[in-house]
Design a protein around this ligand. Structure first.
Ligand code: S3P
Length: 168
């Protein structure tokens, strides 16, 4: 019988990668992170892909990786913050397993991503305003997936919650 993937989505700074790694260890399953895969394949950082080729080129990379991972089984997948808001990506990956959306309030997100230059979308003069705007635009999309709040919780607690939700 096939083993469903577990796919983590949610805004930047909600802990998808940290929680995904913990969950993978707990379930003894392989972990993969779509941002890391893109960097590995392209050979440039995400910031450089955005700066040199534009956001659309990065989104094309996301599509390639999403369709590829959807063909595999038993993975714990941390996705980039917008990957699952694309209908084609979401349909393919959702068909391959269970999707969970990690959430956090804007203040928590800001505190977690502050001083991190890896995220070109938040590398702006007023990241707080940018977070609020992006969250508002994405609210409906994220809302279509089962939500797991991460505010005031450790990554271990969040991983435990997902572990239980998938039947341990
Ligand atoms: C993005 C989120 C980032 C990365 C890219 C764009 C987004 O991933 O894919 O910078 O549009 O939300 P994380 O959510 O892992 O930071």
């Amino acid at each position: 019988m096939s083993t469903p993937n577990i796919i983590l989505t949610g805004f930047m700074g909600t802990g998808k990668t940290t929680v995904g790694k913990l969950l993978a260890r707990r379930l003894q399953r392989p972990f993969t992170d779509t941002d890391a895969l893109i960097v590995e394949r392209d050979g440039r950082s995400i910031a450089d892909i955005f700066a040199q080729d534009g956001e659309a080129a990065f989104r094309t990379w996301e599509r390639t990786i999403a369709l590829e991972l959807a063909q595999q089984q038993g993975l714990i997948i941390a996705t980039g913050g917008r990957l699952m808001l694309d209908d084609v990506n979401a349909e393919a990956l959702a068909a391959s397993g269970h999707v969970f959306c990690l959430t956090a309030v804007p203040d928590t997100i800001l505190a977690r991503v502050k001083d991190d230059e890896k995220r070109p979308l938040l590398n702006v003069p007023n990241p707080a305003e940018q977070i609020a705007q992006l969250l508002a635009m994405r609210r409906e999309g994220y809302g279509s997936f089962p939500q797991i709040s991460t505010d005031g919780k450790t990554a271990v607690q969040v991983a435990d919650e997902i572990f239980l939700a998938v039947g341990g």
